[in-house]
Design a protein around this ligand. Structure first.
Ligand code: NAD
Length: 407
């Protein structure tokens, strides 16, 4: 399988085959401005020392400070972080927010660490990266397996080292540590706003069936938002596997079940499926909300969903994109569909810099306005360029970045 950064470059090629950009711009946008790797030594609870590898990739800052989350995962490597940083640059341009693109990570299975070890590791990442971070330089946020609490540890460490008093260097912080109202749900809610702006254009009926891969921050919020808006969530999953309940899942009850039992399996009235089977279930709307490379050349012909909303980053490979396009299955791409998270992160950054605190109603209203407008902009580009929504979103983002770079 190709690595995610190669996939991202293949997506870039597919888009720029539809609309060409100047050669000098293409050379610059195809590589990150900077890649940083650090070793993070942690004294473990048993007194031994382990050294973890941490990353920050700063792809492009033509439109503003680098912005993007930090991922903790045992499979995270520099190629994954490079792909995610590149997508962030495009995503911020799609949402038309004043940010560039970056991403961070640590190769670690955080479930194997105690809370003390996790805090030491997180503070170590912030210390190791402190020189390149700052409200006007590079502003990280949460991603897979990183939480508001982790952001508050990192922010605290960074403020001690740098003397920064704005607290605006990390977003996705807890509310009592400078976080924004609405940030927790923002990616799922943003996905809902994008979906709502485009639903009628793709003839998706209200109350349709929904399958969601991933039941974490993004997938969990998406499940409860779609469900509370009358859609029938029939299946969802986590890293251990999924469950199906054709007559609809009570999402709140499933959250409680997972909290009590540590697994989705055994939820009353449901049957167990693997993550691979889940993706191929008959449904109206499929919402990948876990990791990259889930829909590939191999399973794309077997996908039965009528419409796909990509809330995870990079869940569909470029080969699978071609197959889905040929099969007439619309895909609303990650850089539009999940841009609600970085948009509200940017609101948090702005509130911290200005010393303000906005209400959740204000935050969500601003988010809705942006995502409505940009969803329609991308849709219209897909019509005028006679292409799919991913290539249209790439083209709009590249136009905006190229303009800032003087092309
Ligand atoms: P999370 O850690 O809160 O949740 C991830 C979920 O995916 C968990 O339910 C986990 O069990 C599940 N999972 C892990 N491995 C899996 C596998 N192999 N198969 C199926 N499920 C698996 O992370 P998150 O913040 O919800 O992020 C999910 C996706 O959304 C990622 O691609 C992330 O980059 C993207 N995203 C997140 C945000 C955000 O604001 N958190 C914003 C934009 C995009």
């Amino acid at each position: 399988m190709t690595n995610p950064f190669e996939n991202a470059l293949m997506q870039l090629k597919r888009a720029t085959d539809v609309q060409a950009f100047p050669e000098g711009f293409m050379k610059q946008i195809s590589v990150p401005n900077r890649e940083v790797r650090i070793s993070i030594p942690v004294v473990m609870d048993d007194g031994s020392t382990q050294v973890f590898e941490g990353y920050r990739v700063e792809h492009n800052n033509a439109r503003g400070p680098y912005k993007g989350g930090i991922r903790y995962h045992h499979d995270t490597d520099i190629y994954e972080v490079k792909a995610l940083a590149f997508w962030m640059a495009l995503k911020c341009a799609v949402a038309n927010i004043p940010m560039g693109g970056g991403k961070g990570g640590i190769t670690v299975d955080p479930k194997k660490l105690s809370k003390t070890e996790l805090e030491k590791l997180s503070r170590g990442w912030a210390r190791g990266m402190a020189d390149i971070l700052g409200p006007k330089k590079d502003v990280p946020a949460p991603d897979v397996n990183t939480t508001p609490e982790i952001m508050s540890w990192m922010n605290d460490e960074f403020m001690k080292i740098s003397g920064d008093t704005t607290g605006a260097t990390f977003t996705g912080k807890p509310l009592d540590k400078g976080g924004s109202e609405g940030r927790g749900a923002a990616t799922g809610l943003g996905g809902w706003y994008v979906f709502s702006a485009l639903r009628e254009k793709y003839n998706v009926q209200p109350g349709s069936t929904v399958v969601i891969q991933g039941f974490g921050n993004v997938g969990g919020h998406a499940a409860s938002i779609f469900s509370s808006n009358g859609y029938k969530v029939i299946a969802t999953s986590d890293s251990k596997g999924g469950i199906v309940k054709e007559d609809g899942i009570d999402v709140k009850a499933l959250e409680d079940w997972k909290k009590q039992n540590g697994t989705l399996a055994g939820f009353p009235g449901s049957r167990v499926v693997t993550n691979a089977e889940l993706l191929e279930l008959p449904c109206d709307i499929l919402i990948p909300s876990a990791l990259e490379n889930q829909i590939t050349f191999d399973n794309a012909p077997k996908i039965k969903a009528k419409f796909i909303l990509e809330l995870a980053n990079g869940p569909i490979t470029p080969e699978a994109d071609e197959i889905l396009f040929d099969r007439g299955i619309p895909v609303i791409p990650d850089i539009l569909a999940n841009s609600g998270g970085v948009t509200v992160s940017t609101f948090e950054w702005e509130q911290n810099i200005k010393g303000e605190h906005w209400t959740e109603v204000d935050v969500n209203a601003k988010l809705l306005e942006i995502l409505n407008r940009e969803s329609i902009t991308i849709y219209e580009k897909s019509l005028s360029a006679k292409t799919d929504m991913r290539r249209a979103a790439f083209i709009v983002a590249l136009e905006r970045i190229a303009k800032e770079m003087g092309y």
